[in-house]
Design a protein around this ligand. Structure first.
Ligand SMILES: NC(=O)c1ccc[n+]([C@@H]2O[C@H](COP(=O)([O-])OP(=O)(O)OC[C@H]3O[C@@H](n4cnc5c(N)ncnc54)[C@H](OP(=O)(O)O)[C@@H]3O)[C@@H](O)[C@H]2O)c1
Length: 331
């Protein structure tokens, strides 16, 4: 197999395409031939070493008994099952699946329990770019804070991979959306995703604008994957008893803060979440996804695809904040 590995943490230059032996299958595992790997911000954080010392990510990504480095990069992919461990009954060789795991590779060994079948109408590219990310957007807008018709939502990094999906999911629920992005070029994609208002973060005071748009009240909910840089303005954008749903930290981790701040800003609710509490909703989501795509109610925006060997260029473009929607690597 070939894979993008890092032997030290750092910039995109630490990423190398290497020939490696294909690992042997153990019971409960599947060997997946990767057709498309999504480039996620989490992969950049892993490459930079920003997940080291974060207990949650370490538990989620470390392979028991093995050193952290060298490591294959990637966190999500789509492909075809080539072979199965002895005791896997629920899949067959040839099945199309998405998986969470080291995906910057031609092949990945994945526990069968982490495989999800791809609906027939979805391409590998759509599946890698939007199936799991779409589920997160669904889970955050329908369950973490189920936004209601007519309510105002503010979506940070709205032109991003998750951001565009969050805007569309909030519109599916009949809510009004303020999307925030850093440039004029990206703002038209946020409008296309259904946002009623688009704010350019480099040109506007976001909290002030959110209050102006909502006649001084503030928004009902903020969905945020940016973290440190947007935390204060998110709190200031919310109306009384508003909800701040934080799911990432593209700009860095939010430092500890005084919980009394929540009361002073209007008795706000705050969560730092992921998709795990809502996994039981995945089958319902998966039933709806092809219909939403067919009816044009949801679209998965793929900004660009790169050959696996050019993964470092993909990371560099992502870090320059040039990307709208999702980048993919095609092994
Ligand atoms: N909790 C979970 O289960 C979960 C799952 C997936 C992803 N995530 C997290 O969600 C966040 C978004 O992931 P994604 O893969 O969809 O990324 P993304 O939103 O497509 O890309 C990150 C965006 O953040 C904005 N940004 C703000 N400050 C930045 C900075 N200092 N450096 C780079 N970008 C910055 C940029 O948009 P503008 O230029 O428009 O500001 C950029 O496009 C990440 O933090 C990721 O770790 C969490």
């Amino acid at each position: 197999m070939r894979a993008i590995r890092i032997h030290s943490y750092g910039g995109p230059d630490v990423m190398h395409l290497e020939d490696l032996p294909t690992p042997a299958l153990a019971p409960g595992q599947a060997l997946v031939r990767v057709e498309a790997a999504s480039v996620n911000f989490l992969d950049i954080q892993k490459r930079r070493g920003e997940l080291v010392g974060q207990a949650f990510y370490h538990r989620a990504t470390a392979v028991s008994g093995q050193p952290d480095l060298p490591t294959i990069l990637g966190s999500q992919g789509a492909g075809v099952i080539e072979a199965l461990g002895s005791d896997v009954a629920q899949f067959r060789a040839g099945d199309r699946v998405v998986f969470a795991g080291t995906s910057y590779a031609t092949h990945a060994i994945v526990p069968a329990a982490r495989l999800i079948p791809i609906p027939a109408d979805l391409t590998f590219e759509q599946a890698a770019a939007g199936m799991n990310q779409g589920f997160l957007a669904y889970a955050f807008t329908h369950f973490a804070y189920p936004t209601k018709p007519g309510e105002w939502c503010l979506v940070q990094a709205a032109a991003g991979g998750l951001g565009l999906l969050l805007c569309q999911m909030a519109k599916l629920r009949g809510s009004k959306v303020i999307g925030v992005t850093s440039s004029e070029e990206k703002s038209k994609f946020v409008t296309e995703a259904g946002a009623d208002e688009v704010l350019v973060s480099t040109q506007s005071d976001i909290a002030k604008e959110a209050r102006r748009i909502t006649n001084g009240r503030g928004v009902n909910v903020v969905y945020d994957g940016v973290g440190k840089d947007t935390f204060q303005s998110n709190l200031d954008s919310l109306g009384p008893a508003g909800y701040l749903v934080i799911y990432g930290q593209s700009s860095g981790y939010i430092p500890p803060f005084d919980i009394m701040t929540l009361q002073e800003k209007g008795s706000l609710f705050l969560t730092r979440t992921n998709g795990l509490p809502y996994l039981k909703e995945y089958p319902t989501y998966l039933q709806q996804l092809p219909t939403w795509l067919r009816e044009g109610k949801l679209s998965i925006h793929i900004h660009k695809t790169y050959p696996l060997a050019e993964a470092a260029e993909a990371h560099a473009a992502f870090e320059r904040r040039e990307v709208v929607g999702r980048l993919l690597l095609l092994p």
